[in-house]
Write a protein that binds this ligand. Structure first.
Ligand SMILES: Cc1cc2nc3c(=O)[nH]c(=O)nc-3n(C[C@H](O)[C@H](O)[C@H](O)COP(=O)(O)OP(=O)(O)OC[C@H]3O[C@@H](n4cnc5c(N)ncnc54)[C@H](O)[C@@H]3O)c2cc1C
Length: 367
């Protein structure tokens, strides 16, 4: 089957790789090469997909423990992969290392040009895409993975619903003096959730969801940022210093209820952009890609897309809800709420069954 992939971010690249592996003819269009760098926690299901398509990830660190707690409160949940019966929960990797590992297998199929127009399949003709070079392409299937960064969604008559969270993420890297191998932290601080991901032996990637004013203030003053991080971080990591300049990204949920048209499917951030607090955006999108590639093995494109979406939708809805509720759950700085969440975490920590379920949901092993 001939497939055009629009967009060479991580999702478009990985989808192209998986389709090439299944014997499809793939052309990928993307004019841009400069992407922001971030630390990504890849779930076990994502790693399996990459392994199956021959992509080796040597960079990064395996994730074997996740400590969830709220600053200043006693209750916490410590998820340990070994206790849940797995060697690891996933792996933390730099987005650029991921993209270059995937690009090694796809680069011959990448064309550095933008797509300007797009039309769905009609009764008589395949979907149509028009490139900036004026060439028109009529593949059997178009995969739109533009990150929601172009006008192509609107051109298809699809409506994206936007929900600003009223928060910004500040992200970057820190070097710590007492690293805990393989341990990530999800820490709820009065100002917003802070995720710390081990990416090199003594380096952690951080993503901190804050009010836009706080985030901008910390981006302007590295002294203020490092002081706030010292105050928010768990003591066990020792002293810290900034390892990169921080980046600020406004947090907005972007959601398309039914992200397909005849002959065209939207994947990745272009179909859904969710809150990053649980580190699930890329993992969720790839669970959808896996459904699409599996269905394409025995169905025509439109049937495959419809079936894949129906299979994946419950997981999509749950992941959206879980990601946006986490921040809301810890948002209120009220004592009764704090006592309840602290007791809840202490109780959950005593239940190996519940901890395994939480971990498996994050790993993409159950829906
Ligand atoms: C702070 C933060 C932390 C995150 N952490 C995690 C995590 O730990 N784990 C996780 O799973 N997810 C995480 N995510 C989510 C993850 O980063 C996204 O899901 C992922 O980057 C989306 O990739 P994409 O390929 O869909 O889009 P993008 O990376 O935006 O790529 C879209 C591409 O399309 C191209 N394009 C646009 N228009 C056109 C056009 N007209 N023609 C051709 N090409 C075009 C662009 O040039 C671009 O390269 C995080 C997100 C944020 C913001």
């Amino acid at each position: 089957m001939e497939v055009s992939v629009i967009g060479g971010g991580p999702i478009g690249m990985i989808a192209a790789r998986a389709l090439l592996d299944d014997g499809h003819q793939v052309r990928l269009f993307d004019p841009s090469i400069n992407k922001p760098t971030m630390s990504l926690a890849l779930a076990e299901s994502t790693l399996l997909l990459l392994e199956r398509t021959g992509v080796d990830l040597e960079a990064g660190e395996d994730l074997t423990e996740i400590l969830v707690n709220e600053k200043g409160l006693p209750g916490s949940i410590l998820l340990q992969a070994a206790e849940c019966g797995y060697p690891r929960f996933g792996r933390v990797i730099c987005s650029q290392a991921l993209e270059s590992a995937v690009a090694r297998h796809v680069s011959d199929n990448v064309e550095p040009t933008a797509v300007e127009t797009i039309h769905a399949r009609s009764a008589r003709a395949n979907p149509r895409v028009q490139l900036a070079t004026s060439e028109e392409v009529n593949p059997d299937l178009v995969i739109l993975a533009d990150g929601g960064r172009s006008h192509l969604t609107e051109m298809l008559g699809l409506t994206a619903h936007y929900r600003p969270f009223g928060r910004s993420a500040i992200l970057g890297r820190i070097r710590v003096s007492a690293p805990k191998k393989g341990r990530a932290y999800e820490r709820f601080v009065g100002t917003g959730p802070l995720a710390l991901l081990p990416i090199e032996p003594d380096i952690y990637g951080f993503v901190w969801s804050l009010s836009p004013t706080h985030a901008e203030q910390f981006q302007r003053s590295s002294t203020a940022l490092i002081e706030a991080l010292r105050d928010a971080m768990p003591d066990e990591l020792g002293s810290i210093e900034l390892a990169t300049d921080p980046l600020v990204i406004p947090l907005i949920e972007r959601w398309i209820d039914q992200p397909y048209r005849p002959g065209i499917v939207l994947i990745g951030n272009g179909a859904q952009t969710i809150h990053p607090v649980a580190g699930q955006g890329l993992n969720l999108a790839l669970r959808g890609v896996m459904q699409i590639t599996a269905e394409l093995k025995h169905s025509d494109p439109d049937t495959a897309i419809r079936r894949a979406f129906a299979n994946w939708k419950p997981n999509r809805d749950k992941t959206r809800l879980a990601s946006s509720s986490l921040e809301a759950l810890f948002d209120r700085d009220l004592l009764p709420r704090k006592i309840l969440t602290s007791l809840g975490m202490a109780a959950a920590d005593q239940s190996p069954w519940l901890k395994t379920k939480i971990a498996e949901a994050g790993m993409g092993i159950v829906s």
